[in-house]
Design a protein around this ligand. Structure first.
Ligand SMILES: Nc1ncnc2c1ncn2[C@@H]1O[C@H](COP(=O)(O)OP(=O)(O)OP(=O)(O)O)[C@@H](O)[C@H]1O
Ligand SMILES: [Mg+2]
Length: 275
C-alpha cells in the first residue's frame, strides 16, 4: 500500500449520486447520495456487503442501468481536453466514453468473450470501435495491449479461442481489451471471483501494475480485504447505499469508525480465526 500525496484534479468525481428502481408499486433506493473522487494513478477499493450498491455504482458511471432506474447527481469525467457530466452525455458521446475513456472488467470473463472468435480479434474489435486504424495496425495495438496485460507469448495467444485459455488468461484478455484504448478509468467489479486464490492474487497485482504503467485510475470492487490492504490507495466502505467510511487503508483498518466496518474487519479470515 502506498500512501502518497495526490496532485491535480480527480479524473472522476461522483457527486451526490442517487439511484432508485421502480419495481411494480415500490421504489427501491439503491444509492442514497454517494460522493467520491478517483484520482489518476490510484486504486480506490469499494467494499461492502451484498446488495449495498457496488455494482449499481459502476453501472451508473457507465450509464448501463436498466430503464426502471432513476438517477440524479453528477458524475464528472475529466479528460485532457474536456470535463463533462456523464449523466448529461448523449448516446453518441456515451458510446465514445464506454470502452475508450472508461472500461469495465466484469466477474466472469467467459460471459464477455465470444467463444467463436479468436481472442486477439476481440481486442482488435474494441480498438476498431473507437479508432480509425487498419486491421494490421489494430492487430499491432492489440498485441501491445496483451503485453501490458502480461500475457505470455501474446502473438501465439492472439490466434487462440477462449476455450484454449485458462480462467486467469481469459481475464487478462478482457483486461487487454479494456486498456487497448488507453482509458482514464478502469472499473473492476469483483474481477477475480471466478478464479482460484493464487490466480486471483496475480490478477489483482496486474491492476497495481496497470496503475503504475498506464497512470489509470481504478475503482476495484472486491471482497478480499487482504488484497485491499495490499494494493488499494484508498478505501470506500458502502453500506445500504451510503458511503459510511472513507480513508486510506491504515486509517480504516487500524481505526474503523462505523459499526459496519468493524464487523467487516472482524469477519475477515485471519490466521487467528482460521486455525
Ligand atoms: N435492475 C434492478 N432492479 C431493481 N433493483 C435493483 C436492480 N439492480 C440492483 N437493484 C437493487 O439495488 C441494490 C444494490 O444492488 P447492487 O447490485 O449494486 O449490489 P452489490 O453491492 O453489487 O451486491 P453484490 O456484492 O451481491 O454484487 C440492491 O438492493 C438490489 O436489489
Ligand atoms: Mg455486485
Amino acid at each position: 500500500m502506498r500512501d502518497k500525496k495526490r496532485g491535480g484534479l480527480p479524473v472522476l468525481s461522483v457527486k451526490n449520486l442517487k439511484v432508485s428502481f421502480d419495481i411494480e408499486n415500490r421504489t427501491v433506493e439503491a444509492l442514497k447520495g454517494i460522493s467520491f473522487d478517483i484520482y489518476p494513478k490510484e486504486i480506490v477499493a469499494l467494499v461492502g456487503e451484498s446488495g449495498s450498491g457496488k455494482s449499481v455504482t459502476c453501472y451508473s458511471i457507465l450509464r448501463i442501468l436498466p430503464k426502471n432506474a432513476f438517477v440524479s447527481g453528477e458524475i464528472i469525467l475529466r479528460g485532457e481536453e474536456r470535463q463533462e457530466n456523464i449523466l448529461k452525455a448523449g448516446s453518441k458521446r456515451l458510446r465514445e466514453i464506454r470502452g475508450n475513456r472508461i472500461s469495465m472488467i466484469f466477474q466472469e470473463p467467459s460471459a464477455v468473450l465470444d467463444p467463436l472468435m479468436r481472442v486477439g480479434d476481440q481486442i482488435v474489435e474494441s480498438i476498431i470501435a473507437h479508432r480509425k486504424v487498419s486491421y494490421s495496425e489494430a492487430k499491432k495495438l492489440a498485441v501491445e495491449s496483451m503485453k501490458k496485460a502480461r500475457i505470455p507469448d501474446p502473438v501465439k495467444r492472439f490466434y487462440q479461442y477462449p476455450h484454449e485459455l485458462s480462467g486467469g488468461l481469459k481475464q487478462r484478455v478482457v483486461i487487454a481489451a479494456g486498456i487497448a484504448n488507453n482509458p482514464l478509468i478502469l472499473l473492476a467489479d469483483e474481477p477475480t471471483t471466478a478464479l482460484d486464490v493464487t490466480v486471483s492474487a496475480q490478477i489483482l497485482r496486474l491492476f497495481e501494475d496497470l496503475r503504475d504503467q498506464l497512470g489509470v485510475g481504478i475503482l476495484l470492487i472486491t471482497h478480499d480485504l487482504g488484497i485491499v490492504a495490499e494494493i488499494a490507495d484508498r478505501v470506500l466502505v458502502i453500506y445500504r447505499g451510503q458511503i459510511v467510511e472513507e480513508g486510506n487503508v491504515f486509517e480504516i483498518f487500524d481505526n474503523p469508525k462505523h459499526p459496519y466496518t468493524k464487523k467487516l474487519l472482524e469477519s475477515r479470515p485471519t490466521l487467528k480465526n482460521v486455525i
